[in-house]
Design a protein around this ligand. Structure first.
Ligand SMILES: Nc1ncnc2c1ncn2[C@@H]1O[C@H](COP(=O)(O)OP(=O)(O)OP(=O)(O)O)[C@@H](O)[C@H]1O
Length: 343
């Protein structure tokens, strides 16, 4: 069982390529192994990612490094309060001859080859812009210039600044459900990495740092096919299926599962969320993790390793608890793991 069956040699080769990809990104981005592993899982699960963190912790650098090592067409925009949805689709200007011109905007510039669309500071853009982006994320299509564009390889990576969250436009809950993962990024704790980031000039010139990463380590055009092969090739035993459903039930109805957190009314805490789409994403990503770990079946750790980043943002709390989400949700997840017996 610990080998992929014959005919799955392709998945084995791709696992080696995924390792080279992680090494390439990790060579430029210091002390972020967990975030790099999660982004790699997201790439092979074909999911969109929201990266959140303090100012200057390397969010942009990490996403640029991923785009470089992945190869394929990449576009990036920076959210601003005056951005209009149409700014993503086209821009108009007066040419030298004095006539108006229309040019494709960032989403259409690479036509249907676009593989990573990076939305910097997404929470500075207004809801109208979010709406367009969400449609693009959900349907991977866009109608413009009297035709429909299809983006079969597209993945959206957005980032937002944790510090400014109150002053800007929060993403609606429905929007956040479309992201496979929300990954929190913090400065590395390791003293050596911290010293290198501050004293080694290699980390002060982001363009040079990114340029030194080997380009196109993965064949991005083949990714959707490999992603599908992973989903079909990795098995879930009945015990794992029961475990996932048990975790889901306990997360949504922690009181019924016997979970108690100090000072919290467990019957009122969770108001909703954790949609079937979210749990299906969880299993998708867990299969990718199992594959990266060299197995063709899932174990409980495949689920637990990605659970916080996939399920955490999908739980809607009673408003009085929402302000303390950052501490309550991790406690809840920990309690869910302790309560639901692993097979
Ligand atoms: N873990 C890291 N590895 C490599 N470089 C880093 C890391 N953290 C920060 N840096 C360096 O710090 C600088 C700022 O990083 P970056 O612009 O990616 O941060 P950011 O989180 O996107 O910031 P902002 O919130 O302002 O958008 C860059 O020069 C980058 O190379």
């Amino acid at each position: 069982m610990n080998q992929f069956r014959s005919g799955d040699a392709m998945l084995t080769d791709w696992r080696a390529a995924a390792g080279r990809f992680e090494a390439a990104v990790g060579g430029a981005v210091l002390g972020q192994d967990r975030a790099i592993r999660l982004l790699t899982i997201a790439l092979f699960a074909r999911g969109h990612v929201l990266l959140e963190g303090d100012v200057g912790v390397g969010k942009t650098t990490l996403l640029r490094a991923v785009a470089r090592a992945l190869g394929g067409a990449y576009e990036r925009v920076e959210g601003t309060v005056d951005m209009m949805p149409t700014d993503l689709v086209y821009h108009t200007y007066l040419a030298d001859d004095g006539r108006p011109r229309v040019e494709p905007g960032p989403v259409l510039r690479r036509s249907e080859d676009l593989s990573i669309f990076f939305f910097n500071e997404i929470n500075r853009a207004r809801p109208q812009v979010h709406a367009l982006l969400l449609r693009l994320m959900a349907e991977r299509t866009l109608t413009a210039f009297n035709r429909e564009y299809r983006f079969p390889n597209l993945q959206v990576f957005a980032d937002r600044n944790r510090v400014e969250r109150e002053e800007t436009f929060e993403l609606p809950a429905a929007a956040r459900d479309r992201f496979l993962m929300e990954i929190g990024l913090e400065a590395p704790r390791d003293a050596g990495a911290r010293r290198a980031l501050v004293f080694d000039p290699r980390f002060h010139d982001t363009d040079a740092l990114i340029a030194a990463i080997p380009g196109a380590v993965l064949d991005h055009a083949a990714l959707p096919g490999i992603a599908a092969a992973i989903q079909h090739g990795i098995q879930a035993s009945p015990a794992i299926e029961a475990y996932v459903i048990g975790l889901w039930e306990a997360l949504v109805r922690p009181g019924d599962a016997g979970i108690r957190l100090p000072g919290i009314d467990m019957e009122a805490l969770v108001q909703g969320g954790a949609s079937p789409r979210g749990v299906a994403f969880l299993v998708r990503a867990a299969r990718v993790r199992a594959w990266l770990e060299g197995r063709d079946w899932m174990v409980p750790e495949d689920i637990r390793a990605i659970f916080p980043e996939i399920m955490g943002h999908r739980v809607f709390l009673e408003p009085i608890y929402e302000m303390r989400r950052a501490s309550i949700v991790p406690d809840l997840v920990r309690a869910v793991f302790e309560t639901v017996p692993a097979p």
